[in-house]
Design a protein around this ligand. Structure first.
Ligand SMILES: Nc1ncnc2c1ncn2[C@@H]1O[C@H](COP(=O)(O)OP(=O)(O)OP(=O)(O)O)[C@@H](O)[C@H]1O
Length: 608
């Protein structure tokens, strides 16, 4: 069976990429989406707020303390050494407090952020797992991986950078302004004149930085997509000697990413330095205005000193908040992308009023396809009015040309999709009335490309179900004849398979799936035969395995080699979603129709 989502992966990745750049951030809905999670950690957030408050106050009181030391002690000529010592001690205590509470605040916020992101990641994965096949036809695996990895990472940055900055820098700004007004209203008002200029510069840079940031991200994702595509098509590249060509294309993409990065860095540096210049201009301005006031004895020197320190501190938070803008934007886009996934509902669900109408151990295995019709897309029929009735224990072979609808028929029986018209019944019960967990215990599937997980052979046969013993697994493998294959592997049953069982041939993987069937004992077995040419030894092993596994089971075999199903009780010949012939091998040969044609092709060693 062809994995449906593989068809348009590349094209869809491109689409996903375009969507990523086109999507506009929607701040309010993003905050609304996250608010439920934030509420769960409300007390911790209040803790962060308090720590931030104490840390900022500790920091901002230091210049004020210096002002007291200068004006009330040093310049007052009191020679109060003890008072000076007390001020120094308080200064140190404030520094310590600032250090401790900044540490607590950022640790607490990191902890909240990581917990929220871990929870969202879990929910997202769980949600994706519940989707039906139609969803995976629409979504590329690449974009789903992006949602679970990069998008949740963007959220992580939101909590650890943006939120931290909004808390800390926002409050710092407010407190600096309050302290300035506290010290001297006139001088504070002069400083506020600077605010519109600072804001204009920040806004101008923000849009410029957004463009350079997005350019760099788009070029990075194009480069990553290129690498991923090349890795998956490596054999093709090597067969066609395309290494040099691909290297050239990679160099181009890498070069343009490099340029975009340099542009982004340059913009950031220019922005940072512009702020430095603005900060120095402000200091010069305040020194001139404040200094004149000091000379005229209208202002105390300590106040001027504190003002200059506050001006220096004033620019830092504005700078940081502006720099966080891009992170805020990508986090907002990530939230809307994640919530689009959360919004999708599986179209195959258990009916609410479902009762356990079918007991898996009591199933006899009768299957009825009652005049079923089906299409993946509206207006393109794949199965048309197909009527087929299979007796318990029957072995049915299904043959037909490529695209005839054989795999689709099986997908409908497994309820990966629902029929458009008609119904499919198992022992008289409509599959839509059978809970999916029961249905999948009744119907066992050995796929054309069986999926093996990273893990040992034992775990792959028992699907990590620890209640199935090692002995049962070994017995099952011996029963289907997979034992001889497994014994040849380096560590026998404990051999660790790499991702998707890539160390084994298609035939060997199918043999392991046969053992799964024995272990899980489904009453109905579907085999989508491996279409790859198998060596005669493995082919014989598979035929023997099929023979033993099909005993006392209703078995449907989608055959790519007629030799597999010549002994079947009945052979169904499909063409364009319809059954065009059915009967035994001999009867169909005698008819001289489609089957005979297929048989003659196969005798000429052409795959069916
Ligand atoms: N997920 C899908 N989305 C849209 N169309 C699909 C999907 N899967 C299959 N099709 C289309 O449905 C038709 C029947 O496909 P199906 O895989 O059932 O044929 P098949 O007889 O099993 O072919 P093969 O022997 O090559 O596996 C084909 O035209 C195919 O392109």
């Amino acid at each position: 069976m062809r994995p449906p989502q593989a068809i348009h992966n590349w094209q869809m990745d491109q689409k996903a990429d375009l969507n990523q750049t086109e999507q506009k951030p929607q701040y309010i809905s993003a905050f609304r989406a996250l608010s439920g999670y934030i509420r769960l950690h409300l007390w911790a957030f209040i803790g962060v707020f308090c720590c931030t408050l104490i840390a900022i106050l500790s920091e901002l009181l230091q210049p004020f303390l210096m002002k007291i030391a200068i004006d009330d002690n040093l310049l007052a000529g009191k020679n109060d050494y003890k008072g000076l010592l007390v001020i120094c001690a308080i200064y140190l205590a404030l520094s310590l407090s600032s250090f401790v509470f900044t540490y607590l605040q950022s640790n607490l916020l990191q902890h909240i952020g990581q917990s929220i992101v871990a929870r969202i990641r879990n929910q997202l994965f769980g949600h994706i797992m519940k989707q039906s096949m139609r969803y995976f036809d629409r979504m590329s695996s690449g974009s789903l991986i992006t949602h679970v990895s990069s998008d949740t990472e963007a959220l992580n940055q939101f909590f650890n950078q943006v939120l931290l900055s909004l808390f800390r820098d926002g409050l710092t700004l407010i407190f600096i302004i309050v302290m300035m007004f506290q010290l001297d209203t006139t001088l504070a008002l002069y400083c506020l004149i600077l605010l519109p200029i600072i804001s204009l510069v920040a806004i101008a840079f923000r849009s410029f930085m957004r463009t350079t940031y997005q350019l760099a991200r788009t070029r990075l994702s194009r480069m990553v997509a290129f690498v991923a595509e090349n890795l998956s098509g490596m054999n093709l590249i090597q067969v066609f000697h395309q290494q040099m060509e691909q290297e050239k294309q990679f160099n181009e993409r890498n070069g343009s990413y490099f340029k975009a990065n340099i542009r982004e860095i340059r913009t950031n540096v220019v922005f940072g330095r512009t702020f430095d210049i603005l900060s120095n201009l402000s200091i010069a301005f305040v020194t001139w205005i404040g200094g004149s006031a000091v000379l005229d004895h209208n202002l105390e020197f300590g106040v001027l000193y504190a003002f200059i320190t506050y001006i220096r501190q004033f620019f830092q938070p504005i700078n940081t908040i502006t720099q966080q803008w891009n992170t805020l934007q990508s986090a907002t886009v990530a939230v809307s992308r994640i919530w689009t996934v959360f919004d999708s509902k599986p179209d195959i669900t258990d009916r609410a009023e479902q009762r356990e109408v079918l007991l898996p151990e009591k199933v006899k295995g009768r299957i009825d396809f009652d005049d079923i019709s089906f299409s993946y897309e509206e207006g393109i029929p794949i199965i048309r009015k197909l009527d087929l009735h299979i007796e318990p224990g029957e072995l049915i072979g299904v043959v037909g040309t490529t695209g005839a609808g054989k795999s689709s028929l099986i997908s409908l029986l497994c309820r990966f999709y629902d029929v458009k018209e008609g119904r499919i019944r198992i022992d008289g019960t409509d599959v839509r009335d059978i809970p999916q967990s029961t249905l999948h215990r009744v119907v066992g599937l050995v796929q054309q490309e069986p999926f093996l997980y990273s893990g040992s052979i034992i775990d792959n046969v028992r699907m990590f179900d620890e209640s199935i013993t090692r002995e049962e697994v070994i017995q099952a493998c011996e029963f289907v004849g997979a034992d001889s294959i497994i014994q040849k592997l380096r560590n026998g049953y404990d051999t660790l398979l790499s991702e998707r069982g890539s160390g084994l041939s298609a035939g060997e993987r199918q043999m392991i799936s046969f053992a799964r069937i024995i272990v899980f004992k489904p009453k109905i077995l579907i085999l989508d035969e491996a279409s790859a040419n198998l060596d005669s030894h493995t082919e014989k092993l598979i035929q023997n395995a099929l023979h033993v596994v099909s005993q006392n089971r209703t078995t449907i075999v989608i055959a790519h080699r007629l030799s597999t199903i010549m002994q079947a009780d009945r052979i169904i010949v499909m063409s364009r979603g319809e059954i065009v012939e059915q009967g035994s091998h001999k009867q169909l040969l005698a008819c001289g129709g489609h089957y005979r044609e297929l048989y003659e092709h196969s005798q000429g060693h052409v795959a069916v």
